[in-house]
Design a binder for this molecule. Structure first.
Ligand SMILES: *[C@@H]1O[C@H](CO)[C@@H](O)[C@H](O)[C@H]1NC(C)=O
Ligand SMILES: *[C@@H]1O[C@H](CO)[C@@H](O)[C@H](O)[C@H]1NC(C)=O
Ligand SMILES: *[C@@H]1O[C@H](CO)[C@@H](O)[C@H](O)[C@H]1NC(C)=O
Length: 300
């Protein structure tokens, strides 16, 4: 009994020792010192943390990417783009392709002529592929830069002007392709025709990144009737580069290429499209770097 009592007394005494005026084994003065130490310690840690981040931020520009050496050459993206990159539809059933048309319409909205009329923001950059348009340094001192117009009428049969179903109702669907934007990147036109597929060799144009699609699998070779390309020069013209970024060129329009496929009906055809440029590479790991592939099945 008495031992137990002693124990209780020991615990209570530890919490508050009235003799030595100690709380949990320390005097008030000792507690004050230890709390003060940790407050100063953590304030210093926080200071170092904030200080290093501020120092790093000071070296960054809002306009120009500081570290760009790891940025891979541009990805190639296409619309419509769905799960598993499959486009399957039936040309006689419009409900099987409305979703494709909707995504193309959404992409083309900023390419409407009516939204490119502001002369302060847009300019005409020629009807043929041209050299890069230099708009000064990537700093804010010259303010916002103009962007080249890109009218969706350049996409011909795939512009939606004559056929609002973009070819889907006739079983010859269009897809719209763009190179993903990279600030300050200048894609280079192919230097010779050695690296180009045969179909492109005869029609090399200066100042243009050409694009070409072909069957991905050998067995699909006979299933492609025709592939048509629409756009300024049927490729990506250099005058739309470099891109100055979201702050300096908010209204920038990426040049588009529309590709219209006419393939054998009722069969899956695998197609691969690639862009060709002196500084555009392909990667085993990234299926969208400089190329993409899709599966297309057109049913009647
Ligand atoms: C699909 O076609 C039918 C008949 O031609 C038409 O009534 C309907 O509005 C069309 N639906 C869409 C989403 O275009
Ligand atoms: C390669 O390009 C040159 C001119 O750029 C052209 O004369 C030649 O015919 C092309 N080669 C092929 C195989 O098309
Ligand atoms: C697709 O190609 C076939 C065979 O070349 C042709 O008969 C047909 O008219 C083409 N379709 C369209 C919509 O152009």
């Amino acid at each position: 009994m008495s031992g137990n009592k002693d124990g209780d007394g020991g615990w209570a005494t530890f919490v508050w020792n009235s003799e030595k005026k100690e709380f949990l084994g320390r005097t008030g003065c000792s507690w004050f010192k230890i709390i003060l130490f940790y407050v100063i310690f953590y304030l210093c840690l926080a200071g170092i943390f904030v200080g290093t981040i501020q120092a790093l931020l000071l070296t960054l520009s809002s306009y120009k990417p500081t570290y760009q050496d790891r940025v891979a050459p541009p990805g190639l993206s296409h619309t419509p783009r769905l799960d598993k990159a499959e486009i399957v539809f039936s040309m006689s059933k419009n409900d099987t392709y409305v979703k494709f048309i909707e995504s193309i319409n959404a992409l083309l909205k900023p390419y409407d002529d009516n939204v490119q009329t502001n002369e302060m923001k847009f300019e005409h950059c020629g009807d043929a592929p041209q050299w890069y348009v230099d708009r000064g340094s990537l700093e804010n001192n010259a303010g916002q830069r103009k962007a080249c117009r890109f009218s969706k009428s350049l996409l011909g049969d795939c512009s939606g002007d004559d056929d609002p179903t973009f070819g889907f109702k006739d079983g010859t669907p269009c897809i719209i392709v763009k190179l993903n934007r990279i600030v300050n990147f200048r894609p280079k036109a192919p230097s010779g025709n050695q690296s180009l597929p045969e179909a492109l060799q005869g029609k090399v144009q200066p100042n243009l990144i050409p694009i070409h699609c072909k069957n991905k699998r050998q067995e699909d070779e006979g299933k492609i009737r025709e592939i048509k390309y629409f756009g300024l020069g049927e490729g990506f013209p250099l005058q739309y580069y470099p891109y100055y970024g979201k702050l300096l060129q908010p209204q920038y329009l990426q040049p588009l290429v529309a590709i219209q496929f006419n393939v054998t009906l009722e069969q899956e055809v695998r197609l691969e499209c690639k862009v060709y440029g002196a500084n555009i590479d392909y990667s085993e790991k990234d299926r969208y770097q400089g190329r993409f592939d899709i599966k297309l099945t057109v049913n009647s």
